[in-house]
Design a protein around this ligand. Structure first.
Ligand code: NAI
Length: 461
């Protein structure tokens, strides 16, 4: 008999959530994680620490600027970077401890070390306690992803680094070059700009946030420019030259850009290194992703994979949904992920929240649609809080009125998008949203007004 019904490899949001759900369903579960802190990239060096710095740097910037316009005079706003970093670390440590508690509560046995398949039904764990071998009935690979880099560009972790380093700089760089205007580049670029760095974002494409609705991305570019982020679009980085105190970022067909720190944010790649996949006949594609069927099962029977390691949107909540669906399918016979209802959020100020189809996708697919727009500037609560940048855009089918996509740039867009996710999940029409009573005065009224605008009857416009 195997030691465990299910062994989960990787304790990120995909893995640990799947472990808990499997335990809830009565399975004997183990989780193997090589880091001493549970929570994966998201909790240790991703979503959570970046949000701690985004929140703190936002207050710092507001104290020095917006407070005065609201009649609050603050003298001598000063940055205490070590204390800000301590706040970040405390948030991470507390939450990681919380996951430890959840594992205990759900009787998920924890193994600390690097897991490797050594044969069908067997995983070897190399950890501080020495090698261990555990037997499984089923295994779930949830090993996530690692930062990608560019040819000719080596991440040295000091001068040229990934988001991991950018979450822990000892000092505020004078000139920070960010390569890539995606999620990480914009969030971490915003943090360091607020804390005093001159930030230049170099982006290969002629737009920012590829894949996102282009009208919303265009609005974001305008706002971030106004805030002081400098963008150079259509710029191909071909290498870096590290000097004694500076770094030259080399660009195709133009002079290099000199700076004192480089953040490489050009995407992430699946983490399948040294997992022993060849031992169980699991192959990766040429980009390193593990192929799975609709039940998240790999080519090896009984071995499943979810999250960043199988491709698609590299988002914590997408991995969670897949983890839950995978174990529910396994142990209850049903489970499902609606990939059209997975939101994406960029936690800049204003935030960007998006779900469903973009206008570009609808045009490309030739789907007839109606569009409702509503600006934050026309919302009372947004005015009261000084959050007048941004808008809500709702795209609904021209004939059925079914909501196809919602794209929000504006204060708290990351929370506002939840209503749109529910609407898409339940197959709502824009009229359904418009007929729901939204409390006044709230930012959520912008969503109702945009839904009314789909039918040309917004009240406050
Ligand atoms: P990304 O895929 O979002 O953006 C990478 C950017 O780099 C793209 O705009 C791309 O065009 C650009 N690029 C590629 N090669 C380049 C070159 N040679 N020169 C200049 N620019 C180049 O990747 P990012 O920002 O690194 O994030 C990685 C993953 O982490 C993403 O999948 C993202 O979804 C996820 N993430 C999600 C967050 C959230 O949900 N708020 C926050 C941070 C990361």
């Amino acid at each position: 008999m195997a030691d465990f019904d299910l062994v989960v490899i990787g304790a990120g949001p995909g893995g640990y959530v799947a472990a808990i759900r499997a335990a809830q369903l009565g399975q004997k579960v183990a989780i193997v994680e090589k880091e001493s802190q549970l929570g994966g990239t998201c909790l240790r060096v991703g979503c959570i620490p970046s949000k701690a710095l985004l929140e703190a740097s936002h207050y710092y910037e507001q104290a020095g600027t917006e407070f005065q316009t609201m009649g609050i005079n603050v003298s001598k706003v000063q940055l205490n970077l070590p204390a800000m970093m301590q706040h970040k670390s405390k948030v991470v440590t507390t939450l990681a401890g919380g996951i430890d508690g959840l594992m205990k509560k759900n009787k998920v046995e924890r193994f600390l070390g690097h897991a490797r398949f050594v044969g069908n039904g067997k995983i070897a764990v190399a950890g501080a306690k020495g090698p261990q071998e555990i037997g499984y009935q089923q295994a779930l690979i949830a090993t996530g992803s690692v930062p990608a880099t560019l040819p000719g560009l080596e991440l040295d972790g000091v001068n040229v680094g990934s988001s991991t380093e950018a979450l822990s700089y000892d000092d505020v760089p004078k000139n920070l070059v960010v390569i890539g205007a995606g999620y990480i580049g914009l969030e971490m670029g915003t943090v360091w700009r607020r804390l005093g760095a001159q930030v230049t974002v170099l982006e290969y494409l002629d737009r920012i946030l590829p894949g996102m609705d282009s009208e919303i991305a265009g609005e974001a570019l305008r706002i971030f420019n106004k805030q002081g982020l400098e963008f150079r679009l259509g710029t191909k980085v071909i290498g870096t030259k590290v000097n004694r105190k500076t770094i030259d970022v080399q660009i195709e067909g133009a002079d290099p850009v000199r700076c004192d720190k480089v953040l490489v944010a050009v995407g992430r790649k699946p983490n399948t290194q040294n997992l022993g996949l060849e031992q169980i006949g699991v192959e990766t594609d040429k980009r390193g992703f593990i192929a799975v069927n609709e039940h998240y099962e790999t080519r090896c029977k009984g071995v499943f994979a979810i999250g960043d390691v199988i491709g698609g949107a590299m988002l914590a909540h997408k991995a969670e949904e897949e983890g839950i669906a995978c174990v529910e399918q396994l142990y209850t016979g049903y489970g499902h992920v609606n990939y059209n209802a997975i939101p994406g959020v960029v936690y800049t100020e204003p935030e960007i929240g998006t779900v469903g189809k973009s206008e570009d996708q609808l045009k490309e697919a030739g789907i007839p649609y109606k569009k409702g727009l509503f600006p934050f500037a026309a919302n009372g609560r947004a005015r009261a809080g000084g959050h007048t940048d941004g808008k809500v855009k709702i795209l609904a089918h021209a004939e059925t009125d079914r909501v196809l996509g919602v794209h929000i740039i504006g204060a708290h867009a990351g929370d506002l998008i939840a209503e749109a996710v529910a609407a898409i999940e339940f197959g709502a029409s824009s009229e359904d949203i418009a007929r729901c009573c939204h409390a006044h005065p709230t930012l959520a009224e912008t969503v109702k007004e945009a839904a009314l605008a789909v039918d040309g009857r917004a009240i406050h416009m």
